[in-house]
Write a new protein. Structure first.
Length: 340
């Protein structure tokens, strides 16, 4: 897939996820084969005030797209120029965040209600950056205002290089199924690359999304949590689910991910970071419920690591258990509903 002048190794993309797709997670996704990673969304105003530390990380991280949110054309354009100057390979405008605190400032998905405002923003941003410029949109504000196609045409006319579509409305939040037909409609309407997003967590769903919608790339968010293997292209051969991940491989990956986390975070932030990823990596394994409740009580990296090793020892000692590939899951996960 090519976004403007940026040629990607493949068409799998890690979604921006606030509080999750930090530097270590992006590094891991890239190591596993992911063609493009997105930073968590960052406020354009915040980036201009003191974004040096944030942008420092993207200097040695390629290819990475910096996602901005905001509502003022001149601020977004200035922030985009700053991010590009600091080494971002692409800039993305967030037009999908449904969180109240973002929407009430006129940013995120609120922008989709005001196409003329979007046009002003995109023209201003386009003037200031030469790297690929993209937008990430939802279907629309609610079921009566589905305007993904209209906004996508506008984005294309403003010279944008690609569009990511997460086909749920703001009113839906993260509930229900993503309506992939909206991705297909956008793809039919514009001649720039369209990245489909929503409810993909296995190689077969990647393939299905491409076949059903014609999209050029697939963005994966929640499906990559505890599952960086989803970016490995190997299982895509004769298709379907891909191999089950052995306990040894799972343990190796967790150890590696923890070491990336340790290299990046201060000691005081390690516990919550390690805990949440341990939770995701072990979801669905035998006896995970009691392991998870134990995790929530433990404080300190050492205790978490001890619990992780003894949990894996205990399941490895059991009768060889049948581990399965991740279940295809296009259902509600409850994510993000609190934010609405
Ligand atoms: C915890 C969380 C944080 C998110 N943060 C962002 C964000 O910063 N920017 C954005 O555009 N989308 C954000 N999203 C939406 C995801 O990028 C993606 O569009 C959505 O989760 C649907 O894709 P999935 O089914 O592959 O997870 C977030 C989603 C979750 C669950």
């Amino acid at each position: 897939m090519k976004l403007g002048t940026l040629r990607l190794n493949n068409n799998l993309v890690l979604a921006p996820m606030a509080g999750i797709t930090d530097y270590p997670f992006r590094q891991l996704a890239r190591e596993m084969g992911c063609g493009l990673t997105f930073t968590e969304m960052i406020s354009a105003e915040g980036l201009l005030r003191k974004g040096e530390a944030f942008l420092k990380m993207v200097e040695d991280e390629h290819p990475v797209s910096v996602q901005l949110f905001g509502s003022k054309p001149e601020v977004l354009a200035e922030a985009a120029a700053k991010a590009e100057a600091m080494g971002a390979d692409a800039i993305d405008l967030n037009m999908g965040c449904p969180a109240k605190k973002v929407v009430k400032t006129g940013a995120g998905v609120d922008l989709m209600r005001f196409p003329e405002k979007v046009e002003g923003i995109l023209i201003a941003m386009r003037k200031r950056v030469t790297c690929p410029l993209t937008v990430k949109i939802r279907s629309g504000w609610d079921e009566k205002q589905i305007n993904a196609v209209e906004i996508s045409k506008l984005a294309k006319d403003c010279g944008l290089d690609a569009i990511t579509v997460h086909p749920r409305t703001r009113a839906q939040g993260f509930r229900g199924r993503a309506d992939w037909s909206v991705i297909a409609a956008v793809k039919r309407a514009v001649r720039i690359p369209v990245i489909g997003n929503g409810d993909v967590n296995t190689p077969s769903l990647i393939k299905r999304m491409i076949e059903e919608t014609g999209c050029d790339g697939v963005m994966i968010g929640r499906g990559a949590l505890g599952n960086p293997w989803v970016f490995s292209l190997k299982p895509l051969g004769p298709l379907e689910k891909g191999p089950a991940i052995s306990l040894e491989e799972r343990k190796r990956m967790i150890g590696h991910h923890i070491s990336l986390i340790q290299n990046y975070y201060e000691e005081s932030s390690l516990t919550p970071q390690i805990r949440k990823h341990l939770y995701w990596y072990t979801k669905g394994l035998p006896g995970c419920a009691s392991f998870h409740s134990k995790l929530s009580c433990l404080k300190g990296k050492e205790k978490l690591l001890q619990a992780f090793h003894s949990y894996f020892d205990s399941i490895q000692r059991r009768e060889p258990c049948q581990l399965s590939a991740p279940e295809e899951d296009r259902s509600v996960t409850g994510w993000g509903e609190k934010a609405l």
